[in-house]
Design a protein around this ligand. Structure first.
Ligand SMILES: Cc1ncc(COP(=O)(O)O)c(C=O)c1O
Length: 395
């Protein structure tokens, strides 16, 4: 383990020796190309013409009336693929291409990162394998189907709880044996250095645009910026635009599942302790022996017992605060928001919206909040239907 890639005491790269050269190669390529004019020209063209950047900042008027203060939404749900994940996969995919790699692997939870990787694999003509927990394969079947249509191989991972943690374990295992020709396209701002830095970099346009758009639309900076936190990539993307504005509160919302009084949640920063998982020192959900605890959350994309190390640092320094909301609040908000705004929000993003609903009556009416709408909810309609069938509801 070397001391690079640290956020205070968090981060680093705690990985098997065999992966160190591969990580160093990726780090060197990132440093070489991040400001390279050709790379930037290619990436910006992809962001604009292929993915659909810049995304709008939308004033959600009816939802604002409901909560009693102004809410703007950063519409990452409008990007190609339906989520912010495409920002990162285009960036890393292009990097892999510039490095001359021909094969991609990725892990996925909700399937959005797998889908975004499959899109980029098809776009660049690269052989693509996606590792996905068996539970997630079952609950995010539409995305599995899409990945296969795009030509990716989806590898169900049976071990553990069949969720994101198990998919990452398997992807890392596979990578160890195939480092020569394979680029591991990591999906969130976690894992070993240099991934937290790289993923944050490719998600920074969210925060940069949101800051500028808020100044244009509202004439001032927001009072608070909120986003859901799984591994933390959409949150760090939007937070990054406001880190140097101390008057802007940053609030990350974790999956409270069945409640923090149970063990069925994935609120890592709210309740976790510091340890090492998937190559980084960060907050984790673990027992007193350091064994990783099972997690549970209605939202597959948040169902992970770790978190990106920069969030651990922002928590520790107090620059951001981290809260959680429960599955039932998320479902309530999903219905409320869909009918008020005509947008089906991803269950992940709905966590941030549900926290805003909870602030009703608590924040002054002149408050301006920005929520990162990290993805769209089409992928989640079976889950919502399972928990609250429309036939059983009064329409
Ligand atoms: C729409 C959406 N939002 C958020 C997340 C959580 O990931 P992160 O915390 O890296 O943004 C996911 C993960 O799959 C997702 O699909």
């Amino acid at each position: 383990m070397k001391s690079k890639g640290r956020f205070g005491p968090f981060g680093g790269y705690y990985v098997p020796e065999v992966l160190i050269p591969a990580l160093e190669e990726i780090e060197a390529a990132f440093e070489q190309f991040r400001e390279d004019p050709n790379f930037l020209k290619d990436l910006n063209a992809l962001y604009t013409d292929y993915a659909g950047r810049p995304t709008p900042l939308y004033h959600a008027r009816r939802f604002s009336e409901e909560v009693g203060f102004t809410v703007y939404l950063k519409r990452e749900d409008l990007l190609h693929g339906g989520a912010h994940k495409i920002n990162n996969t285009l960036g890393q995919g292009l990097l892999a291409r510039y490095m001359g790699k021909t094969k991609l692997i990725a892990e996925t939870g909700a399937g959005q990162h797998g889908l975004a990787t499959a899109i980029v694999g098809a776009l660049f003509g690269m052989e693509t394998k996606i590792f996905m927990g068996a539970t997630d394969v079952a609950r995010q079947n539409v995305n599995v189907h899409k990945m296969k249509l795009l030509g990716a191989e989806v590898i169900p991972v049976e071990g553990g709880t069949g969720t994101l943690k198990d998919a990452i374990n398997e992807a890392l295992r596979y990578w160890t044996a195939h480092v020569e020709d394979t680029f591991y396209l990591f999906g969130t701002a976690g894992g070993p250095h240099p991934y937290p830095t790289i993923v944050r970099h490719f998600q920074e346009p969210i925060g940069r645009e949101a800051r500028q758009q808020c100044l244009e639309k509202a004439g001032r900076l927001p009072d608070l910026v909120t986003a859901c936190v799984g591994g933390g990539s959409n949150a760090i993307g939007i937070f990054s635009g406001f880190l140097n504005d101390p008057q802007v509160q940053l609030v990350g919302v974790e999956g409270g599942g069945k409640g923090l009084h149970t063990t069925q949640h994935c609120a890592t920063l709210c309740t976790g302790t510091v340890g090492v998982l998937h190559g980084a020192r960060t907050y984790l959900l673990q027992d007193e022996n350091g064994q990783i605890r099972d997690t549970e959350c209605i939202s597959a994309g948040l169902d992970y017992p770790g978190v990106g190390p920069e969030h651990a640092y922002l928590k520790e320094t107090g620059r951001a605060r981290y809260v959680s909301v429960c599955d039932e609040e998320v479902l309530d908000t999903f219905f409320l928001f869909s009918r008020m705004e005509g947008i089906l929000p991803a269950l992940e993003s709905t966590h941030a919206l549900a926290w805003l609903v909870r602030q009703k009556g608590l924040l002054p009416p002149d408050t301006i909040a920005i929520a990162n709408l990290s993805g769209r909810g089409d992928k989640d309609i079976d889950i919502v239907e399972h928990h609250r069938p429309l036939t059983a509801r009064s329409l």
